[in-house]
Design a protein around this ligand. Structure first.
Ligand SMILES: *[C@@H]1O[C@H](CO)[C@@H](O)[C@H](O)[C@H]1NC(C)=O
Ligand SMILES: *[C@@H]1O[C@H](CO)[C@@H](O)[C@H](O)[C@H]1NC(C)=O
Ligand SMILES: *[C@@H]1O[C@H](CO)[C@@H](O)[C@H](O)[C@H]1NC(C)=O
Ligand SMILES: *[C@@H]1O[C@H](CO)[C@@H](O)[C@H](O)[C@H]1NC(C)=O
Ligand SMILES: *[C@@H]1O[C@H](CO)[C@@H](O)[C@H](O)[C@H]1NC(C)=O
Ligand SMILES: *[C@@H]1O[C@H](CO)[C@@H](O)[C@H](O)[C@H]1NC(C)=O
Ligand SMILES: *[C@@H]1O[C@H](CO)[C@@H](O)[C@H](O)[C@H]1NC(C)=O
Length: 427
């Protein structure tokens, strides 16, 4: 059985990730998995009946021992905090994934290269595949390149992978390879040999309501000695919600104003723990980067298993003048979020459900109820409170009555290694 004849419906994700002049292209694929593995997938000729995906045997990822939900993201939506019913917000392709079998991610620095790669895929696979959905993502223009639509530099803190990351930058924690890659040290899930060095891929289409977010920051600007005027106060609020200034500089190292020296130095921007103050004065306990990576607030053994490698790219146009003036989004934009890990329940799902959405985390004896992650924390569309955002009153709650990130759905895939594709899947 040839892999290529089985995978007959797919999702295409294209992204312009860099404006560098050297043409580069990276393409990755992901297969939708369903217990007990990839079976049953419909046959390409009859479109019904199970077909083994892997040559010479029953396809299996031994998913019985992937903890937590393995039935797909739609069945996981409630735990992720998405509002119900998901039909209201999710792209239909993610609501019913019965005919979705895989995904191709194509990254390049121009549309011509992306279109050529997509063309190569569709030509090679012919009518054995049908494109169900595609999302064109694109790095933001000019100085905003690398920043997501709210304006914050993205993808700064990525774990190093033991045995693969040769020169970690200062502050970069190197995790056991099995946290990210299947079958490596630290992954004890007992998956079949062919799956080694693959990774589970969590995709989320996260709409961002940028004018609404900006209005919230202006309306709730926070002030403290040395921070003056509505612009500075709203920048400070945004920085404390994220835990970083838009430049990427952590508020832990530069609490009241941005510091471009830190932002510009890869050995400074990520080299910190949240230990300088045992309170919210530098970085709030609820700040997005502290909730999702508490660093030395917890032990390495408590944090490492939940690290993920992210690769999100913005989609949709820049905010228009009309949207900015009215404070209302009229064109969809957001983040095509991609995360890799050896275990989705321990990675993406855990971070969203157990840390970002949990008001008790990261509790401190003096601040036991920090509230929701004000950026990605989700409460089924209900209002969310966050404590510690106001540096002038660390116990004050600020309530977010609306979500500024709206989940448009997503799915979980398994991304096989190149050798698995060549030697097993396409053999
Ligand atoms: C690439 O194509 C997309 C979709 O057609 C379009 O929105 C975008 O502006 C194009 N980008 C460039 C840099 O041409
Ligand atoms: C599945 O994983 C378990 C360990 O979690 C292992 O005992 C079992 O042998 C594995 N089964 C297969 C078919 O690999
Ligand atoms: C910015 O950070 C650098 C590096 O830590 C430091 O030397 C400098 O004093 C900081 N600048 C300000 C204005 O705080
Ligand atoms: C942060 O804490 C970890 C674990 O205690 C330690 O290994 C690391 O050196 C600390 N980093 C900084 C910048 O202090
Ligand atoms: C947009 O929000 C800002 C901040 O609250 C406000 O000053 C402005 O009047 C609002 N614009 C409109 C059209 O409502
Ligand atoms: C913050 O809000 C939560 C939820 O409404 C509430 O339980 C908590 O008591 C509030 N904390 C303070 C200090 O007002
Ligand atoms: C700080 O906030 C808490 C909770 O909202 C409130 O009870 C208290 O009065 C505030 N303190 C000051 C000094 O404003």
């Amino acid at each position: 059985m040839h892999f290529l004849t089985v995978l007959y419906t797919f999702l295409a994700l294209g992204g312009i990730s860099s404006a560098a002049s050297t043409p580069q292209r990276r393409a990755a694929s992901g297969l939708l998995f369903n217990p007990p593995g990839f079976a049953p997938l419909p046959s390409p000729t009859t479109h019904r009946g199970p077909q083994p995906l892997v040559a010479g045997g029953t396809p299996s990822l031994n998913t019985s021992n992937i903890q937590g939900d393995i039935l797909g993201q739609a069945s996981n939506a409630n735990a992720l905090g998405d509002p119900a019913p998901i039909e209201n917000n999710w792209e239909p392709v993610f609501v019913d994934t019965s005919s979705l079998h895989g995904v191709f991610l194509i990254g390049a620095n121009d549309n011509t290269t992306i279109n050529a790669a997509l063309n190569q895929i569709t030509t090679a696979l012919g009518d054995s595949i049908t494109e169900l959905y595609s999302l064109q993502a694109q790095a933001r223009p000019g100085a905003e390149q690398g920043h997501e639509h709210f304006g914050f530099l993205d993808g700064i803190s990525q774990p190093g992978v033991e045995g693969f990351t040769t020169n970690p930058v200062n502050g970069q924690i190197v995790v056991p390879a099995g946290v990210i890659l299947v079958g490596e040290d630290g992954d004890n899930a007992g998956r079949p040999a062919w799956a080694k060095d693959g990774s589970f891929l969590a995709f989320r289409q996260l709409q961002q309501l940028v004018p609404e977010f900006n209005k919230f920051l202006l309306d709730n600007a926070v002030f403290v000695t040395g921070v003056n005027g509505i612009e500075e106060g709203s920048e400070l609020l945004g920085a404390r919600m994220m835990g970083r200034w838009k430049s990427g500089t952590p508020v832990e190292l530069s609490p009241l104003h941005d510091n471009l020296t830190i932002a510009g130095d890869p050995n400074l921007i990520n080299n910190f723990n949240f230990t300088l103050a045992g309170d919210n004065s530098l970085c709030p306990f609820a700040a997005h980067i502290r909730k999702t990576n508490p660093r030395s607030d917890l032990s390495n053994t408590a944090v490492d298993p939940h690290r993920i490698i992210r690769g999100g790219t913005p989609y949709g146009p820049e905010v228009t003048a009309d949207e900015a003036a009215s404070n209302v989004t009229s064109i969809q934009r957001g983040l095509a979020f991609v995360a890799y890990q050896s275990n989705i329940a321990q990675g993406f799902q855990f971070l969203q459900q157990t840390w970002a959405n949990n008001p008790n985390f990261l509790g401190h004896p003096n601040f036991p109820l920090p509230g929701f992650d004000p950026i990605i924390g989700a409460n089924h569309g209900q209002e969310r409170f966050t404590q510690g955002l106001d540096p002038a009153n660390q116990t004050r709650n600020i309530t977010l009555v609306q979500d500024f990130i709206v989940s448009r759905g997503g799915e979980y895939f398994f991304s096989p290694s190149l050798s698995a594709i060549i030697n097993t899947i396409a053999a």
